[in-house]
Each structure stands twice: as C-alpha cells, then as structure tokens.
Design a protein around this ligand. Sequence first.
Ligand SMILES: [Zn+2]
Length: 856
Amino acid sequence: MFRIASIGLTAIMLGASSQSSPVERPDPGVALALAEQRAARVSNLRYELHFTIPEAQTAAVHGRVTLRFDLADPARPLVLDFAAPQDAVTDGTLNGRLAKPEYSIDHLVIAPSDLRKGVNEITLEFRSADAPLNRNPEFLYALFVPARARQAFPCFDQPDLKARYTLSLDVPKGWEALSNAAATTRDDRGTHSTLRFEETRPISTYLFTFAAGRFQIETAERNGRRFRMLHRETDAAKVARNKDGIFDLHAGALAWLEAYTGIPYPFGKFEFLLVPSFQFGGMEHPGSVYYSASGLFLDESATQNQKLGRASLIAHETAHMWFGDLVTMRWFNDVWMKEVFANFMAAKIVNPAFPEINHDLRFLYAHYPAAYDVDRTAGTNAIRQPLENLNEAGSLYGAIIYQKAPIVMRHLEMLLGADAFREGLREYLNAYAFGNATWSDLIAMLDRRTPDDLAAWSRAWVEEAGRPVVTTELKTDAKAVESLALTQHDPSAARGLLWAQPLSVAVGYRRDGVATKVRLTGPRVDVPLAPSGSARPLYVLPNNDGVSYGNFVLDPASRAHLLAALPDDEVARGSTLVMLWEEMVDGRIVSEVMFDSLLATVAVERNELTIQRMLGYLQRAYWRWIPADYRAKRARNLEQVLREGLDAARTTSVKSAWFNALRDMAVTPPTLAWLERVWRKTETVPGLILAEPDYITLAQELALRGGPNAEAILEEQIGRTLNPDRKARMVFVRPSLSADTTVRDAFFVQLNDPVRRRREAWVLEGLGYLHHPLRAASAEQHVGASLDMLREIQRTGDIFFPKRWMDATLSGHTSAAVADAVTAFLGALPEDYPDRLRRIILSAADDLFRVTRRGR
Ligand SMILES: [Zn+2]
C-alpha cells in the first residue's frame, strides 16, 4: 500500500456507508508516524472498560469501552486501534451521536464531524479476539505486550499514551479475578458475579491487564503490605513449601527498590498470578504480575540455579514497577531499556539473599554465554534497533536485550561509579514518573556526571551490533617475557569499530595469576609487566575477572595450558571456561578436545554454578559438536563420569543437575535400564527427590530412545499424572515421541493450524523431541516447512515464539543437507521478507553452519 511518509496515512474513499468526503486510512499495525501524530493530539486519556466473560471457552468475550480524552486538533480524522473483524464493533456513541466509526484494517477511524476540540467521549460495544486473552477451560488471562490490547478492545495502543483505566468484569460464579487496581466490589447474581476495580494510575496499554478463573488464593502480610498470590497448583504440599519464600522475595525486592530509587512503590496494591505453561518467565503488569507457575513453585529437587532463577525473576518483575511501568519507553525501539534495568537491578537485589553464592560468577554465567550465542552470529543485532511499526515489536526481544545489555549497563556503572549512576537514575525516574522517556534522555542525564564521552561509548555498545576480537600478543624468549599487549579489532573490517571497556589481564605462574587492570580504548593496549623481565608464565589470561566482553583469542601456549588446567580462582575459572567454549565455536579448539577437557574438569569441579555450566556445554558438545562416531565411542565413559558425579554430589540441587544431564545424554542399554527402574520407582537414587514433572521428563526421554516399553511408559505416565495442566501437556506432546514416523509427521503437520500452536511451551517441547539428534534424520524433511511457517508464526504467536520455534527446529540437526536447505531458503527470500526474521534464522542456524563447514 502506498504510504505518505510524513504521517503514514493514505487518503482514500471508504465504502458506501461512509460519508462522502475522503478519510485517511491508516497502515495496518501501529505505525510510528501514527503514534507520534496521536501522542501530539491526545491527552488526559481515560478508559472505562467492561468485559463479559462466559463460562464456555468457545463463547465470545464481549465488552464495552468508553474513552474520554482531550483532543488538540479535531479537524482531522482520529484513528483508534482495533485489530478485529469488521463486524466486531456492535454499537457506538461518538460524542453523543449514535454511530460507529469507519472500519479499516486494524483500525477504527472517527471522522472530524464526530470530534470536538477539548473533551471527547467515545463509547463502543465490541467482541474481543480470543488470542490475547489466553482462554483456557477454567481461566483466562489478558497479555497485551507488546501491542495486543488492540485485539481485545478499541484503544490507542502505544506506550506513550498512558491512561487511567476503570474496569468491571462479569465472570462465571465462583471465578476469582484480578487486574492492575484492587477490586472494590463483588456482586453475585445468578450464574455470574460482577467485580468492579478502582481506577488505575496512568499506565500504558501493554501493561493493562485482567485475569479471571478458578484460582486458589494465598495471602500474606510483609512490611505492612498485603500480598495476594493466585494460582492453580493442585499439590498442596508444594504450595505450602513455596509460598512464604515467594512472599519474602517480593517484599525484599520491593524494599530494596524503594531504598535504591528513593521512590515508594508507585502502584498501590501488589498481587501476582501463577499461570500454568505461561509464555514468558513473568510479565510485569503494575500491581498484577504474571509468572510461569513452574518458575515460582519449585520442586524439592530444585537446583541452586533454579532457586537463584526464581529470586532473579521476582526481582526482575518487581524492578519493572519503576523501570518500565513508572517510567516507560516512548516507543518499543527502547524496550531494551526496561529489560536491562530489570535484569541489572535483579542482579543487585538477589545478591544479599544468597550470601553463599559467588555473584560475579553468577552474573558471568547468566549473561555472557547467551549473549555470545547471538552476538557471534551473522544474525545479531544492535541493542537499540529502529522500529517502524509495533506489529514487528515482538521480534526486538532476545539475548542481545536480555543478556548483552546488562553487561553493557554494568560497564556504564563502572564508568560512572555506583553513586553517580544511582543519582542519575533517581533524577531520570523523578523527571519522567508516570510518563515516557528515551535512551537519549537518560544518556543526557548521565553524561553530565562523567568526563567521558558517553555518546561515543553508546554508539559502539548500544547502537551497533557485534563484539570485538581481543587478541593476546605475548612475546617471550626462552626464559622471560619481552612484551605483553592486547589488541582489538572489529570482525566487520569495513566498519572498523573500537569498543572501550575495562580489561583485567592475569599472568599465571602457578594455578592463579597476577592480575593487571588496564582500559582498552584504542586498537592496542600494552600490559605493564612487573617486575620487568618477568619469568616466562604458564599462561596469560585476559578477562580473568569476567567483566570484559568480546571474542578472546588466547596465545597457543596459554590455550593448551588452560585446556588442561583451569585457574583456581572461581571467577577466573568461569571466565576461562566461557572463553575456551568460544574458542572452540570459532574453530581454534577441536570439538573432541574440548569435549574431553570438559569431561575431565567437570569430574573434579566443586562449584555448583560451574558444574551446571560445564554440564550444559558438555551436553551441547555431545549432541551438536562432536561427530556421531566420537559420541558413540565416548558414551560409556561420559555416563560413568555422570553417574560418579551423581553419587558424589552432596546437595539435592547439584544431585539433580547431574541426574538431569545423565537423563538427557544417556544412550547405553545399562544406563537406560537403570533410568527405567528409577522411573518405575523400583530403584531410588539416595538424596534425589523426583517430583511429577521429573517423572514426566524421564518418561519422555526414555520413550525418545525407543525401547520396547516406550509407548507403555508414556501411557502409564499419563495415567500417573495428577495435575490436569501437566497431563494435557503430555497428551499433546506424546505423538512427537512416537517410534512411528507417520505419527511424528502428523504431529508436525497439525501445527499448521494456529489453534494447535496456541500453547507455545507445549509446541516447543514437542518440536524439540521431533528434531532431537536421535531422530534428526527422519525430521530433516520438516525443516523446510518449519522455515516456511516462520512468518505466520511471528504473526500469530507471542514475542519469543519465532526464535524459539527456529531453535527447536534446528538445534538437533548437524547434517550438510539441512545446512544447505537453510542456506537455500535464505538465498530465495522475497524482497519484503522481514529482516528480523532473516536474522532469527541466521542466529538459530549458526551452530549448524559452523559444524557442517568443518566437514562433517
Ligand atoms: Zn522484563
């Protein structure tokens, strides 16, 4: 469609029912130009909303909205967002006149004759689309991020038109409900109940929400604040075991944030809903946070990592109340800001609650490997990306925002100093409270507090993609070091970017090194050696403190030494581990050598976080990087190391990490027979507690290996499963595990139907099994169709779905045929193919490309 660049509107004649003057028809989605134009015209916005939620999942949700706002310029049509069929608006009153606005794709257009200067009041009755309401047999929850409120009700669906919402809900009798503000009244009448909620503070559409259903409610009081937790967990012991911890973590995070920001919690009441199979880890609706139930209700066997993960998740969502909810990005191109601050604050908040954890090590593992997994690929992106239309906002999210940005923010805090950084943030939060701001607004405030050029710093780290290649240049003679320098270069030679960052370099004479801190700003930095003429070291380890970010190229002697013996210091050891993995991925270490090094080092590792990281790398090396014949050769040895690790582990959490690794990598008959006995509960593992989800996964992994009892195990496990949500999920996933390829093929084919793709976690689990390395040969034929579906996946799915869909599709494949199929697909993309989806494919296929390029 032709687009007038300045405003993104096209003047056309609407249908016969419209007035005879031309009106402007907006582009589908929510275009930046439209949003800017509306933000300049509309103010003092209020929504009064009512939804009627029927008991039957198949019956439509109906609603009524009254928008009240001031309009600066009534001489031009006003565009509302409503992505629904033409007949979805059933009635309307436009400033007192009974009439409906003109329909346009994704929009409703109100003609100037129905608008006034000053106060306007528009009332519309409508039918909501089901997709953003996440309807289930006994509950539903609205999830409007990034721009899906417009599917549920007519609105201005952009983050910088904050509004106050007054909501009422009709729900089936016996259902509970929650929204951003507290419920004031509840009237039970016949088969229905009506709940009314207080008016909210000003919030963005993507943060407005409500949920209703058959929920259990737990309450608690902490620091004089009353908390409510709604959930559907059927295991009462599990709830009892977890709930106090969950309330404590919320109260602790709130208190910390109030102290750090100097601003009291801005949104009144605080409730949260635990959703079974939630699309995300959590979603930060003000006053009404949603979580994935499995992230908060931990099993007794929960690992230290899972406990940390839970604390971080709660701190992350709580931090959003200030960073994102109180001050919101003006447009979704700056969505990374709220995510980086939430992650950054979460790391600060979680630390005091886990004094036994090495937090620098945890930060390293939580951020660097995942950021590198994207930033090393041809599909990487800058932290800050342009965004022309909100219908593409979903594809902005990913590891660069969630993992790289916090690293960059930590560098920024180091550059400014913690106090100046906090003062800058306080100024920013106070200046833009209940409003919106951009990254540039923040950088301007921080720039006043440092002599460094923050704009130049921001260009390399925030506005551009990728990472520097940092190379050790060590000159030695037979006995002594002559010189030591670190150089950096941009892997994209044409761009020639330089990244400024702190860099610590350890020179090791025994297991631990002597560290020197320098600042890498230009292409090269000399590392002073003291005393001069130092003896020749065992190794030189750049980034021994794990702070710097890049692709580190070790000198050959240090590489060989570190592969055989990691440093003693926990952070230096972790940083080395990540560095060696990157060296292998980049082709400087042979994958078999890396695998054997991991196997030898994990056997003697004592730090739980490092064991977890090593087991993760081991698994990835095993299934993806080492050749199949080497895998077969090493299987018995691997399983023996894992069994010994499991037996020797002293805590439940580390035991379960070893067990899970064994479960996921086992292939030899004796180990599989033992796992089956554990699943049958005829054998127990001392110190290991398995809960329902563990037995489900174990049953599925056993079935995947295709033993004679595979189907009987699945059948029995479904019968054993008490939780209805988990049972339904397992029934859905089951065909993906069948030994019969026609059943597996049918599992994939049904995913053509968007309705069958609604429960994304289920789909991804099944897709992972379908394309598992053990089944990769028979799944190759589905890769092409999976690629073909990606555009539709983006259109119909939630924000993380396209990348996860591609990851689940490609992660099991290592054949040249699949690599060629992906290359051919990329080579034949139509001109209008979204660049972000192309990048998602490139980053998901990166391992596949690298592995096959090496000739297997
Ligand atoms: Zn977040």
